[in-house]
Design a binder for this molecule. Structure first.
Ligand SMILES: Nc1ncnc2c1ncn2[C@@H]1O[C@H](COP(=O)(O)OP(=O)(O)OP(=O)(O)O)[C@@H](O)[C@H]1O
Ligand SMILES: [Mg+2]
Length: 388
């Protein structure tokens, strides 16, 4: 989180840059012949709920007509949701927050600094203040990603999983993926972290049985060792992320549902976390038991308020169809977020260097090797620059 001071300084720098590009400055030379610029004086920057308000005064001799004539430069800098008003000297610029970027290109190098130090970072996107929002699954272990078809659920899963793969070594994070629409997770095949991908309900049931068994084993180990969390055990135990795209296709299978509920209730201390997507929420699929466990909710566009309410993200019904990737995030509070956009083909390129040359073992091992930076970290940064 940026402190208020740093935020204000950055806002002032942005406005001065805009003055520069708009030609709203005076120059003078000091006695050594060095040229200096003076911009309009910025008196105040206030961050209000729905806008940022800048107050500035022109220097004597500056033409006020120039400010309005150069409005296009302000639009270029601050987006189309702005207002500029003033007289011959005093001006006010209002930049409305609903100008969250409608598209946010995924770049791992932008994300890396904000997830530093997190155990299992889940990157959500950028909020109305332009700040990245991410949380740690270690403390908020279970999430639901919901919204109507085409609203951006699978894309969000793709970028969350791609970030995890780039961030964590394969011996510290194991991924178990359910792709029941058989359309989304093919790009993760062969990645070292990915222990299994199931595409049929019976495969998913077997996969969950395995994760469930591991959960029971870990519980016994913790109990025996007399510690509260797998991180307190002497050896390093890998975290497990179970991600299922479209849980509706299996929620009528009682065994699957029960295992999912147990994993979601007991997983936190055992380092087992879940991410679940669901197109059409309804009370019978998302009964109160499972809803209370999936505490983080990403509510992408819904058809109506009642669906948004079931997800727990009122406001999702107001999201425009023209903005895929926009959602309401519910954690302690509700906030509007734009998800980063990572295409399938760019993700494939980013993940290429995380592929294994050997067949992937699906059983869970204890690892003692410390994490280290790999060539992939460097490669993904280069790729960010090349692609964008
Ligand atoms: N964060 C984003 N930024 C920009 N565009 C996006 C974003 N997320 C998704 N889109 C666009 O929306 C399309 C649909 O996204 P996606 O497949 O993720 O939706 P979905 O919710 O999983 O749909 P379905 O329920 O049919 O599986 C994508 O192909 C892409 O064009
Ligand atoms: Mg999808």
């Amino acid at each position: 989180m940026l402190s208020e001071f740093v935020k204000r300084q950055k806002a002032k720098r942005d406005l001065n840059q805009c003055f520069m590009n708009a030609g709203l400055y005076q120059t003078y030379k000091n006695s050594g012949g060095r040229q200096f610029y003076t911009f309009p004086k910025i008196h105040d920057v206030s961050f209000l709920d729905d806008c940022v308000l800048y107050a500035f005064t022109l220097r004597n001799g500056m033409d006020p007509k120039e400010v309005l004539k150069k409005e296009y430069v302000f639009l270029q800098h601050f987006g189309k949701n702005i207002e500029i008003a003033g007289d011959y000297k005093q001006f006010q610029l209002i930049v409305y927050n609903n100008g969250i970027k409608n598209e946010l290109i995924y770049k791992y190098k932008d994300i890396k600094p904000i997830i530093k130090g997190m155990a299992v970072p889940i990157v959500c996107g950028i909020d109305k203040n332009g700040e990245w929002i991410a949380y740690d699954a270690k403390t908020e272990p279970n999430a639901l990603i919901s919204g109507e078809p085409g609203s951006g659920k699978s894309t969000q899963l793709r970028s969350v999983l791609s970030t995890l793969i780039q961030y964590k070594p394969a011996d510290e994070l194991h991924l178990y993926l359910g792709d029941l629409k058989m359309s989304e997770f093919h790009l993760f095949r062969g990645i070292k972290h990915v222990k299994e991908i199931s595409v049929f309900p019976d495969e998913l049931e077997r996969m969950l049985t395995k994760v469930h068994k591991e959960m029971v084993n870990r519980s016994k180990i913790l109990n025996k060792a007399g510690v509260m969390h797998i991180d307190d055990l002497p050896g390093k135990v890998p975290y497990i992320m179970l991600a299922i795209d479209e849980i509706v296709m299996v929620m009528d299978n009682k065994n699957i549902k029960n295992m999912l509920v147990q994993i979601a209730s007991l997983g936190r201390a055992l380092g087992i976390y879940t991410l679940n997507s669901l197109q059409r929420p309804s009370h019978d699929i998302l009964d109160t038991k499972i809803r209370s466990l999936l505490t983080v909710r990403m509510g992408f566009r819904t058809t109506d308020l009642s669906n948004a309410r079931i997800i727990g993200t009122p406001g999702s019904e107001k999201i425009s169809r023209d903005i895929p990737g926009r959602f309401i995030l519910k954690r302690d509070n509700l906030s509007e977020i734009q998800a980063p956009y990572l295409t399938d083909s760019k993700a494939k390129q980013l993940l290429e260097c995380h592929k294994s040359s050997e067949p992937i073992k699906s059983d869970i091992e204890e690892i003692e090797k410390p994490s280290e930076l790999t060539e992939c970290d460097i490669f993904s940064e280069v790729l960010d620059d090349e692609i964008n």
